[in-house]
Design a binder for this molecule. Sequence first.
Ligand SMILES: *[C@@H]1O[C@H](CO)[C@@H](O)[C@H](O)[C@H]1NC(C)=O
Length: 545
Amino acid sequence: MARIRHLALAVLLLFYLTGFIECNIRHKRQDDEDEEEDGQSVEELCKDRPPDEYFRLTTTGDCRDVVRCDKGAENGKTRLAGVRCPNSLAFDIERQTCDWKTNVKNCNELEKPRKVMPILKTDEPVCPEGKLSCGNGECIEKELFCNDKPDCKDESDENACTVELDPNRAPDCDPTQCVLPDCFCSADGTRIPGAIEPNQVPQMITITFNGAVNVDNIDLYDEIFNGQRQNPNGCQIRGSFFVSHKYTNYAAVQDLHRRGHEISVFSLTHKDDPKYWTGGSYDDWLAEMAGSRLIIERFANITDGSIIGVRAPYLRVGGNKQFEMMADQYFVYDASITAPLGRVPIWPYTLYFRMPHKCNGNAQNCPSRSHPIWEMVMNELDRRDDPTFDESLPGCHMVDSCSNIQTGEQFARLLRHNFNRHFSTNRAPLGLHFHASWLKSKKEFKEELIKFIEEMLDRNDVYFVTMLQVIQWMQNPTELTSLRDFQEWKEKCDVKGQPYCSLPNPCPLTTRELPGQTIRLFTCMECPNNYPWILDPTGDGFSAK
Ligand SMILES: *[C@@H]1O[C@H](CO)[C@@H](O)[C@H](O)[C@H]1NC(C)=O
């Protein structure tokens, strides 16, 4: 709980600060006329420095002040534009944002470490066929670039590995090669699968929740998905749950699954070091995500192989390693990449070909290579309170990161405005992504969500579905007029009856991996010996070595 709130706060803070930084620049420009900074001219300081990168002029002081090179002056001269973080915050050079002082570990560094870049774009080839040039002119095999192992002497082969630069990146979408049901892409990501006319496309809405499922939120889920609310095909509305392990009640997960909701993984440890996720190794991602699936399958007794989705904690996408692991482990989709707010929302796509939008992820570590994985892209929500008048604001991916949403009325407007944005354009699925704690933080939020759901269900063209159901529709695009008989959406259509067990085992458990903690694991299954954790996901105990 506490951790979830902390995350929400951090996200909130980030948005406030982006705004703060921008307006601060506007005010401070005038003060930056002096040419010399510590004996170094501005031109020297700004040589080869990207204009959007903030750096420190000194490491003394309280770590709140940074500058960037502003090349936009009227007289053509470069100037320094300054920014000061609010009181009690410090500027993180690595992440280029203000954060709580305790979270900033680089106050003694002046600038983001500079990296040597390979020489990839030249008029004439500088290397023999099949090879590319390192920053120092050395030629090495193209395949060695961006393989997470430095091969150039200057290590530059690992420094240009974004979706745009990786020499071994996935090719641009080729619609003649990428065909349904296994492959779907379009040049700008907005095309409707099956070329169906927009007015024949069901508006799918995916409600998702992140985090542990337990006594703090089970009542909320029961209220939203109360078994009475039905899609136009007569089946109950569904949600998707990205479950993290610690404090999760697996008897409750088992019942969500029984009632037809989708269970996916949100990692085993949910470690709160964002770098761990961005820079995680293949084995980290394997232990976290396959480990989490193993625990859920065992203690929620999910035996039908239906756990196929992954969401990265803090939406910190782990680049190619995360996706290689997912493909090897037969995960089907990821739901962590965000698409920047645009005029027309983006449909989910497969990653065989290059992703169709800018990498907007938290640390911009999107997969550059080709992967046989669906990306259930998170379209940012438009959070403007009055879209006709308000100036543009960056979008938000989780509803609780729309920090300007304070009242039930604002939330109600956000829901309807974003619904219209999707419905009146290409009807790309509308994702409503929540932390339960936010929906519970004000009674009116929950009430407005339920009001919205019921209003939508009064129409005949809106369906609340799981991620898997979205994929099923996209693989077999079916017009609204024949959707009532769409078989893939009929499974577990109207589930009645009781949970598997009324009194789960309240196993109080410990593990050597979390010294001093006793955690209760609720399950209808037998209690394990230890609290399952990353080196011991079954809880059977460590194997003797
Ligand atoms: C676990 O699931 C299997 C297969 O669905 C079922 O036969 C078994 O009774 C379940 N066990 C418990 C304890 O729920």
